[in-house]
Design a protein around this ligand. Structure first.
Ligand code: GLA
Length: 749
């Protein structure tokens, strides 16, 4: 490739590297180096194998502007004229505030690995940035930077962002927000000029975290429109943003949100950003899910049917007993659960020393001798004797001031002021309590080691297959030795999880954070599922799971059938609706199943059996969501990768505006294959679920139709009562063409 004549000679020694063009699974990234800087030219659709002469395709220079075209760099910089959000903010005691990074090396992967490492340096500012980028099989792009201080004096990092360009066709933004018991709700807005920023200052990911920030073409939906989406794999403070510059370019990106003075690099030390995950889809949000799901499922340790062990059906005792731990009740619960078909029994909060309520005990990770004079073994033996695994709740990052631990080590409580690391009594101001608790300073090596040793001992001394790892407060004024420490605390938590997993490789870990306040790919790299929400109300869960599920596949999202009357909303729902909702997740129960009447017991056992029948499909297939026209009705499903079978749920979340739902698309099947579609749950004549005088005939008889017909015309649906659901199966009865309708094959590359 020829280097163009530049009005200003590049600082990078010639010859400049050839453009970097990564292509995989329908997605591509194009970076050009002709200005000496890695210029982000394209992220999005695959542009095909041949590139034109890029030297002819530089941007024009407008009036009242820099005399050279402004480069959108891999690290957008003011030194190249970029006036949007800078990629790097840092300084040396107020000096060296504006870096001029220029490429010094490009290492390209060979073989099938679609990746590269780009190094940029500014010798004057004394910094080097090394960027790893790769496109995974399935199309998910990953990018992170590492900045090194090559100078002799300290370099303070205020922000190092990862960004990608968005196509000009994008005119709308979509992201998620929420609160406790209402996580992952979407919000949409037009994309105007300026910056849309979502900041998370919770010290944890946050109930309101935007799991996904997307920009797309007008009205992009589940199965249509172009979408560019990012997620930051980080469980601490963070920002994600869309930055639409006055020159017409738009970037989408994210960064760790650093506290004042939080990252000050001594000479020859570095700072590494979290991974930015990015996906592009030409076919709406379902294509974004395809890319994320493929990435999750390729991980060697991914739990689920494909990696051998199916996800066990869970009973969590929290909403059945809360803090009231009595052996006869817990044993009876275990027996009832086993008879229903439960495979994993989880003892929640309340088992450790002094923990009779949520005001005391956190930190004292010893089995309470008064409650459990013989330890946990009698319960564990009963549970395993019934053929179930045993799981235990812990909240290792927290401490109650009313605990032996806090009394012995007051200096281990994190706060904004320096606190003694020895037992010198409390010093400095403590943050406000949250659920009566404080944060344990895990940056303190002694505190970290104490927690590791306690958890390690519990896992060694008891037959525990699963930990529900909770985290129930914002970190607030998080400090270690008087400096902000969310970054170091987050890394310390990751290390704790990593070390425990290494020591106990067979133990699964769930990440819970007052429900879904820590759902991100950083925590999911070292845990086996997330608790999507403390809300077990099936209606709320429909929205929470749908949107959490854009990024996280269902086998990783805990979803439990709660009692008829929801404990968090007081709504009542039919068992069929609760079960159909829980099936599209890691299915479980959170209900006092000792007191079911006969019909409930029979129906619940049948629902569990039904889940088991479809679990392998649900936990390995493609998630598809119809583009609905009636906001009261939603249809989603999971289609096997070979297109052979699918399970769909039609769900009514409100009363419908029309008398009858009409034909609703059943998408995602092989267009030319014929499928037999049948209703499986509830029965067509179930008066609880349906309001119709006369059902559509196919409901009782089943119907055969092509995938093309089912996606294009759809089926006339029955009149569901509001807040009810209907489960449908589709099984291929003839052979057909090779690719699923309207979607790229997830595993192609
Ligand atoms: C948090 C969790 C709940 C439960 C309680 C126990 O709120 O989200 O599921 O474990 O803690 O205290």
């Amino acid at each position: 490739m020829n280097n163009p004549d530049l009005t200003r000679a590049p600082e990078t020694p010639l010859p400049l590297p050839d453009p970097l063009y990564l292509r995989r699974s329908g997605t591509s990234l194009l970076i050009d180096f002709r200005t000496g800087e890695p210029a982000l030219l394209h992220f999005g659709a695959d542009l095909g194998p041949a590139l034109p002469d890029l030297s002819l395709l530089g941007d024009p220079v407008p009036h009242s502007a820099l005399d050279i075209p402004v480069t959108l760099g891999l690290i957008p910089q003011a030194s190249s004229g970029w006036r949007g959000r800078p990629g790097l903010r840092g300084h040396r005691n107020g000096l060296a505030f504006s870096a001029r990074l220029r490429v010094s090396a490009v290492e390209r992967s060979s073989g099938t690995d679609c990746s590269a490492v780009i190094t940029q340096a500014d010798p004057t500012a004394g910094v080097t940035v090394r960027t790893e980028v790769r496109i995974n099989d399935g199309g998910l792009l990953q990018l992170r930077h590492r900045l090194d201080n090559n100078g002799t004096d300290p370099y303070g990092v205020e922000e190092l962002a990862a960004v990608l360009p968005v196509g000009r066709a994008a005119t709308e933004i979509l992201d998620l927000t929420g609160r406790w018991c209402r996580e992952s709700h979407p919000q949409r807005m037009p994309l105007g000029q300026g910056t849309w920023v979502r900041s998370g200052r919770h010290g944890r990911t946050g109930h309101d975290a935007s799991l996904l920030l997307a920009a797309g073409t007008p009205g992009f939906g589940n199965r249509h429109g172009q979408v560019w989406a990012v997620h930051l794999g980080w469980s601490g403070n963070h920002e994600s943003f869309v930055d639409a510059a006055p020159d017409g370019r738009t970037v989408i990106g994210a960064s760790e949100l650093l506290g004042s003075g939080e990252i000050t690099l001594a000479a020859n030390t570095g700072y590494e950003t979290p991974w930015l995950f990015a996906a592009y889809s030409a076919e709406g949000l379902d294509g974004i899910s395809d890319a994320f799901y493929a990435w999750f499922r390729q991980r060697p340790h991914h739990p689920g049917a494909e990696s051998g062990k199916a996800r066990p059906v869970v009973l969590n005792v929290w909403e059945a007993v809360y803090f009231d731990h009595r052996m006869p009740v817990l044993l009876e619960l275990a027996e009832s659960a086993a008879r229903l078909g439960v495979e994993r029994y989880v003892l929640d909060d309340g088992w450790f020393r002094g923990r009779r309520h949520d005001g005391a005990g956190l930190g004292d990770w010893y089995v309470d001798e008064d409650l459990w004079p013989e330890g946990l073994s009698p319960l564990i033996d009963a549970v395993t004797g019934h053929g179930m695994e045993f799981g235990l709740w812990v909240e290792p990052e927290m401490v109650n001031e009313d605990s032996d631990l806090a009394r012995a080590h007051p200096g281990w409580i994190a706060g904004p002021a320096p606190r003694p690391s020895s037992d010198g009594g409390p010093a400095g101001r403590l943050p406000e309590r949250w659920r009566h608790q404080q944060v344990l300073d895990l940056v303190n090596p002694e505190a970290w080691q104490y927690i590791f040793d306690r958890l390690d001992a519990l896992l060694r001394e008891n037959n525990i297959a699963y930990l529900k790892w909770d985290q129930n407060r914002d970190l607030g004024e998080m400090g270690h030795a008087g400096r902000p420490s969310v970054h170091d605390q987050t890394r310390a938590v990751y290390r704790l999880l990593d070390e425990l997993r290494k020591a106990h490789p067979g133990v699964e870990i769930e990440s819970c954070s007052s429900g879904g306040a820590r759902v991100d790919l950083g925590i999911l790299e070292r845990t086996d599922r997330i608790w999507g929400s403390d809300c077990n109300d099936a209606l709320e869960r429909q929205t929470i799971q749908r949107w959490t599920g854009i990024v996280v596949p269902p086998e990783l999202v805990g979803s439990h059938i709660g009692p008829t009357r929801s404990h968090t909303t007081a709504r009542t729902h039919d068992l069929s609706f609760r079960a159909i909702t829980a099936m599209f997740g890691h299915f479980g129960l959170e209900w006092d199943v000792r007191h079911l009447d006969d019909s409930e017991r029979t129906e619940l056992a049948a629902a569990i059996a039904l889940f088991k029948e479809y679990r392998s499909l649900l936990h390995t297939g493609r998630m598809v969501r119809a583009d609905e026209s009636d906001p009261a009705l939603r249809l989603h499903g999971v289609v096997s990768h070979d297109g052979g079978e699918a399970l769909f749920a039609l769900v009514s979340v409100a009363t419908s505006f029309a008398e009858v739902p009409g034909r609703i698309a059943v998408p995602g099947l092989l267009p030319d294959a014929v499928y037999r579609v049948e209703a499986v749950y509830p029965a067509p004549d179930d008066r609880r679920a349906f309001l119709q005088a006369v059902p559509p005939a196919w409901l009782a008889a089943g119907v055969e139709a092509t995938g093309r017909f089912l996606a294009g015309s759809g089926l006339p649906m029955p009149v569901l009562n509001p807040e009810h659901g209907l489960l449908l199966t589709a099984r291929r009865v003839t052979a057909a063409g090779p690719t699923p309708a309207g979607g790229r094959a997830v595993r192609s590359s």
